[in-house]
Design a protein around this ligand. Sequence first.
Ligand code: IMP
Ligand code: MG
Length: 175
Amino acid sequence: MAEKIRVLLTEEEVDKKIQEIGEQISRDYAGEQVHLVCVLRGGAFFMCELAKRITIPVSLDFMSVSSYGGDTKSSGVVKIVKDLDDSLAGKNVIVVEDIVDSGRTLSYLLEMLQDRGPKSMRLCTLLDKPERRVVDVKVDYTGFKIPDEFVVGYGLDYDQKYRNLPYIGVVEFDA
Ligand code: IMP
Ligand code: MG
């Protein structure tokens, strides 16, 4: 099906916002280190750009999760497809996500990671669709609150396409 992409947030707007979040994190954790945890694949672009703008020591790790069978939608239970390489014990963990939608995946994930004994844990997301929230999730750093539209770019995909767009766009389908 043919689709068009309408720009919602320009590259300049996104870059500026990531710079601001990077400065904020550097201030909040001054004198300490942060450990960024990326949820693949969507979070990768944002995390790398964010890490470049943090001025305190940073370490990075990656994980990949997928939904668990049929009743996942209601339970939010996720399966770890690729686990983190490093322990979280004693670290200032910041989970970096592309978007918080229903919040199901993240609330489950955050609870699971909390059991690994981090010194602190926060959540940072580039985009938030508050209207779509089903499970309450505390977001500590938010780039942009956006309306309930399907977006792509900056790591977000539609059918694995458009992750590489340097801006955030809304997918529009031809009638
Ligand atoms: P949830 O918060 O558990 O519903 O899951 C959020 C996940 O759904 C994100 O990490 C994305 O992978 C995906 N997602 C949600 N909204 C969008 C969107 O607008 N575009 C692309 N992916 C999305
Ligand atoms: Mg994601």
